[in-house]
Ligand binder design. Structure first.
Ligand SMILES: CC(=O)SCCNC(=O)CCNC(=O)[C@H](O)C(C)(C)COP(=O)(O)OP(=O)(O)OC[C@H]1O[C@@H](n2cnc3c(N)ncnc32)[C@H](O)[C@@H]1OP(=O)(O)O
Ligand SMILES: O=C([O-])CC(=O)C(=O)O
Length: 382
């Protein structure tokens, strides 16, 4: 038995996967062999879901059939809306509301739970992916005192979410930008939330349990929660009215961890951040309000030249520019991480199914360092 401790499981191989390939030194990400840059430019989120779950890109007919089936599952049971309303009244965070709702969705799933039936698990995954946007849009409206908007089956996954959020059909730029953001966040190897889902599923718990665990793990600020933190940081910088380089110098001198920087796998700029940088700049130019992009770009330029950051392999990750993109689409800050979750359902379900094809209970061990051979003292004698 190997006794070397791998805290944080850095570089520990626990599974084989054909879903996403990452080269952290070259800044490369591919889903099932297709470069993320090509997928972001050419594909739709529905196509990417198909690719992740079935292994191949669909042809036109297969995509139409898949997208139609997905769209048909968008509505959620009224009991879910009632629960969301209660959570909104209690001012619950959207990520926590999502966690509760995903867990609750299993109650209205029409199929029995049989984790060993992988086709049924995929259908459950598809239902979750279809309903998460409905849950999130309804929650955002309820907490703002508005009625939820019913999903529409004739809109794409991305456009329908923005429609349910605002009650108005988004323009093409917003729908395409959002679709691209969903593609970029859909999968990323054995990240913490995907691994959480796999651990849960490896016990033969069902898809709802695995996805609920994924949402829970994604919420933290070291993982998906960083996108909201980035935008809060930029707003803090804006309010300070300081020069961005002075502000960031001060933050480093105060040992602040800069959200959206650093990654367990990448030592260079995340390829998704490259794409989001361009999108953020483009949206700013189109709207005439480039401030948010400019702040992020100035910080990037400064930190890239600041010795300690490149030395430690710290560069912008996917979260560094996504917040500025969502902000420019008018989305509330605390919806950014739930949107990440909406997209990552694709990866969670894909990895769980892939792992369950040849399932083995995941069970590492800890080195015991506590006291030994202690004499038990009855409670009244302590
Ligand atoms: C979708 C995603 O999950 S992407 C990641 C999103 N999370 C963030 O953006 C939060 C900010 N980033 C971080 O906290 C980290 O970079 C992580 C958690 C993502 C990866 O961390 P790890 O690989 O475990 O690196 P670790 O935390 O050991 O840091 C290594 C060194 O870099 C420093 N470091 C890491 N990230 C940052 C950062 N964002 N800002 C400043 N310093 C940092 C650490 O202080 C440490 O320095 P030291 O060696 O002098 O002590
Ligand atoms: O891979 C990771 O560790 C974090 C993650 O989910 C991502 O970058 O998309």
């Amino acid at each position: 038995m190997a006794d070397d401790l791998q805290k944080g499981l850095d570089d520990v191989l626990v599974a084989e996967s054909s879903l996403s390939y990452i080269d952290g030194d070259a800044g490369l990400l591919a889903y099932r062999g297709y470069d993320i840059k090509d997928l972001a430019r050419e594909a739709s989120y529905e196509e990417v879901l198909y690719l992740l779950w079935r292994g191949e890109l669909p042809d036109r007919d297969a995509l139409d059939e898949f997208a139609t089936e997905l769209a048909a599952e968008r509505a959620v049971d009224e009991s879910v809306i009632t629960t969301l309303d209660g959570l909104a009244a209690a001012d619950e965070r959207p990520m926590a509301a999502l966690r509760t709702a995903v867990s609750m969705l299993s109650a209205s799933d029409p199929e029995e739970s049989d984790p060993e039936d992988l086709d049924a698990s995929l259908r459950k995954g598809r239902r979750i992916a279809a309903k998460v946007p409905t849950v999130l849009a309804a929650y955002d409206r309820l907490r703002n005192g508005q009625e939820p908007v019913e999903p529409r089956e004739d809109l794409s996954y991305a456009a329908n979410f923005l429609y349910m959020l605002d009650g108005e059909e988004p323009d093409d730029v917003a729908a395409e930008t959002f679709d691209m953001a969903l593609i970029l966040h859909a999968d990323h190897g054995l990240n913490a939330s995907t691994f959480t889902g796999m651990v849960i599923a490896s016990t033969l718990a069902d898809t709802y349990s695995a996805v609920t665990g994924g949402v829970s793990a994604l919420a933290g600020s070291l993982h998906g929660g960083a996108n909201q933190d980035v935008m809060e940081t930029l707003l803090e910088l804006d309010e300070s009215e300081k020069d961005p380089t002075d502000w960031i110098r001060n933050a480093i001198d105060n040992d602040r961890r800069i959200p959206g920087w650093g990654h367990r796998v990448y030592n260079v700029k995340d390829p998704r951040a490259e794409i989001l940088t361009e999108k953020s700049a483009e949206l700013g130019e189109n709207s005439g309000e480039k401030k948010w992009y400019d702040y992020a770009a100035t910080i990037e330029e400064y930190l890239t030249e600041e010795e300690s950051f490149p030395e430690k392999g710290l560069a912008p990750n996917v979260d560094f520019y996504s917040g500025t993109v969502y902000y420019q689409l008018g989305i509330d800050l605390d919806m950014y991480t739930p949107i990440f979750a909406m997209s990552r359902v694709g990866g969670w379900v894909g990895h769980v199914l892939e792992y369950q094809e040849d399932n083995r209970l995941i069970r590492p061990r800890a080195r015991y360092v506590g006291p030994e051979n202690r004499e038990f003292v009855p409670i009244d004698d302590r």
